[in-house]
Write a protein that binds this ligand. Structure first.
Ligand code: ZN
Ligand code: CA
Length: 371
């Protein structure tokens, strides 16, 4: 049985530990100790060195008594800002921050659920296959922990990332790929009143390029956006430089390739048209994933929910998570809802019921893969 008080206390303890992205050193120490106390073998990989953070990812293992699929449970240790000095408040069985910070249920709810489930598995002597745990660093703003994770340390066939906002029952099986599409446009400055014909306006290049771009909703699977545009100093100067930050996403890499190329071409064409230059900074931030409903990982997860009496459903997300990176590195993974609400805001909260159901969900999945 899930120990509700232990679970809530541990969650409150975790959210009080500051862990902005790249500053996960303190929480990693605590989690390493907790995992060792439960009986897992714990290592820390080199992701911190590679990404430039305080610590690497925590990778822990619990040997199974039974042959079967190796499963890994994962949540990220970092939070967005402002996430330092969190003072959690419990009111009507819902946990909030005091309104001056985020809460950090994203993603410490997942961590607390995994820890509690592991304790229960140990206490009940549940028969299980090999279990792995990956607590990642620096998920927010780049998925760096998962990208630099040492996958040679993982044997997992299946991954369960606990990092989605729906209440337990939500199974994210589809996620898009994303490209960064940044550009530095260079024109030529000139006095706008005296000799404008000697200038090349980077603003005009940007305007033409963006005007020629298909943006926002491209098709059912594809989106694109220019989110930042910066440049210019004064009205009497023909602007020599403009910086643009954009993105494109698609569930299909081929469509993503096409959209990104289209955006790049619009920028190049406009630069050529006005006699300026464009430097493109384009990178695939993560690849897409799509797991079929008939896949064993989905079927067994649904079975776990049905045994818990929780209605489950599969869904697609428009966002990126460690799930994308796991799938891109050969670990078939899904993202599970843990009930974190209004994440990345000062109103972030989670109900104790969702926290409990998340821990039960992990227990049930472990039990099913041990059968
Ligand atoms: Zn998250
Ligand atoms: Ca987040």
């Amino acid at each position: 049985m899930i120990n509700r008080e232990r679970l809530v206390d541990e969650f409150l303890e975790l959210v009080k530990i500051d862990s902005h992205s790249a500053k996960e050193g303190a929480i990693a120490k605590v989690l390493q100790r907790k995992l060792e106390e439960i009986g897992l073998e714990v290592t820390v990989d080199e992701a911190g060195v590679k990404a430039g953070g305080e610590t690497g990812n925590i990778i822990a293992k619990l040997k199974g008594k039974k042959q079967g699929k190796t499963i890994v449970f994962s949540s990220h240790m970092d939070t967005v800002v402002p996430g330092e000095g969190v003072k959690p408040i419990v009111k009507d069985n819902i946990i909030y921050s005091d309104g001056t910070t985020i809460l950090g249920a994203d993603d410490k709810a997942g961590i607390a659920a995994i820890l509690e489930a592991l304790r229960v598995v140990k206490e009940n002597k549940t028969i299980h296959s090999d279990i792995e745990v990956a607590f990642s660093i620096w998920e927010e703003g780049g998925l760096f922990g998962a990208k630099y994770l040492d996958y040679s340390k993982l044997n997992a066939d299946y991954g369960f990332v606990l990092d989605s906002g729906g209440s337990p029952g939500e199974i994210i099986t589809v996620g898009p790929a994303q490209d960064r599409v940044n550009a530095k446009i260079t024109g030529k400055s000139a006095h706008a009143g005296v000799e404008p014909e000697n200038g090349v306006s980077a603003i005009m290049i940007a305007a033409r390029a963006i005007n020629n771009m298909k943006l926002l909703r491209i098709d059912k699977e594809t989106t694109a956006n220019i989110g930042v545009i910066k440049g210019g100093e004064a009205t009497n100067i023909v602007t020599a430089e403009v910086l643009i930050k954009g993105e494109s996403r698609s569930l299909t890499e081929k469509r993503l390739d096409a959209q990104t190329e289209h955006m790049a071409n619009a920028l190049k064409e406009a630069a050529t048209y006005f006699g300026g230059k464009v430097e493109l900074d384009i990178e695939r931030m993560y690849t897409p994933f799509s797991i079929a409903s008939e896949d064993e990982i989905v079927v067994k997860t649904k079975e776990a929910f049905s045994r818990m009496g929780i209605e489950s459903y599969t869904a697609a997300t428009g966002g990126g998570s460690d799930t994308n990176i796991f799938n891109g590195n050969g670990v078939k993974a899904i993202n599970l809802g843990v009930g974190m609400k209004k994440v990345h805001t000062l109103e972030e909260h989670i109900s104790i019921k969702d926290l409990e159901d998340s821990a039960r969900m992990v227990c049930e999945i472990i039990r099913i893969f041990g059968e």
